[in-house]
Design a protein around this ligand. Structure first.
Ligand code: APR
Ligand code: MG
Length: 293
């Protein structure tokens, strides 16, 4: 293994990089996030990722969902605004692209992928957003699956990109065996981030964040209670929120994994490791932030 220097993320790192709130400020100063997420059967992913962005401090969060889910999402959300999109069998249809790109224009950061499902229309939407966006795009879950099918989508894009794969998604992105990735996490992450010019959050026990310059961070917060459906959606919302505040993508990603893991540790202390749920992790983000800041 060649020359792998790694930074350990701590409280001080997060505190010193977290933007201060000025007395004389307004919601526009705290970041506008557009979340493109959800499909029939996966409204929770859309809810958790968008609501977490509000909870982490973003000024305005808009959630774009297939229109058949819109009423359900309107009922479930309060601070989050929703946009109904052209829908095909409970998933976003390619006909939604114009509306989505108009919304991308108004956002400081875009999160795409949680619970989108996998089909050609979804892939087309993900590729269009990547090609069009000038603001940072965070690609999670089915967004990653879409890009993995067509890595060319990445070369035509000019905006900063952050990927948030777990090991299986990383295997789809790289074509490498899962076991190989597990045994070579640092070097696999570094090569992928440098070669593709992206920030990479390789999730799991001791998540690794790698910048496009190859700089690496390791996270020591979190516990196996986080191995539960939806906790990745909470992380994606945390990342989107911090990026929307104007923090550098790699630093924001490192801060987000630390905050998310700490929220998971607080949830474990409060409810017990077996009963950590993604909603409870989201609920513990305020405590994590208060403890750090
Ligand atoms: N220790 C610490 N942290 C952990 C551990 C662990 N043992 N296990 C998981 N985590 C953390 C990860 O680092 C990550 O932040 O929990 C989060 C899990 O994220 P995901 O793997 O994305 O899980 P989830 O949100 O349930 O997403 C599942 O991914 O494979 C797709 O389509 C599938 O919709 C599904 C989705
Ligand atoms: Mg996930």
């Amino acid at each position: 293994v060649q020359n792998l220097k790694i930074n350990v993320i701590d409280d001080k790192f997060v505190r010193s990089n977290f933007p201060k709130r000025e007395n004389n400020s307004q919601k526009g100063d705290y970041g506008k996030v557009l979340v493109i997420a959800g499909s029939a059967g996966m409204t929770g992913a859309a809810y958790l990722s968008s609501q977490t962005a509000v909870t982490t401090g973003s000024g305005l969060v808009t959630l774009a969902v297939p229109s058949s889910l819109n009423s359900a999402m309107e009922a479930k959300t309060t601070e989050v605004m929703t946009v109904p999109l052209s829908d095909r069998n409970g998933r976003i249809s390619a006909g939604a692209i114009d509306e989505i790109l108009k919304r991308v224009d108004k956002a400081d950061t875009v999160l795409i992928g949680p619970g989108l499902g996998r089909c050609d229309d979804v892939s087309e939407v993900v590729e269009s957003v990547l090609e069009y966006s000038k603001v940072p795009v965070i690609i999670d879950a089915d967004g990653i699956n879409a890009v993995a099918e067509n890595m060319k989508a990445l070369s035509s894009c000019t905006c900063p990109v952050i990927f948030t794969p777990h090991t299986v998604e990383m295997s789809r992105l790289t074509g490498l065996e899962r076991e190989y990735i597990e045994d070579n996490r640092l070097v696999t992450a570094k090569e992928f981030a440098e070669e593709n010019g992206v920030t990479l959050i390789l999730k799991g026990h001791h998540t690794i964040v790698t910048g496009q310059d190859g700089e690496q961070y390791i996270n020591i917060t979190g516990n196996s209670g986080l191995a539960t459906g939806g906790s990745g959606d909470v992380l994606a919302g945390t990342v989107a929120s911090l990026v929307s505040r104007g923090i550098n993508e790699t630093v924001a990603s490192a801060m987000a994994v630390y905050i998310h893991g700490l929220a998971g540790d607080i949830a474990k202390d409060k409810y017990g490791i077996e009963s950590v749920t993604a909603s409870k992790v989201m609920e513990c983000i305020p405590c994590a932030l208060r403890q750090i800041l």
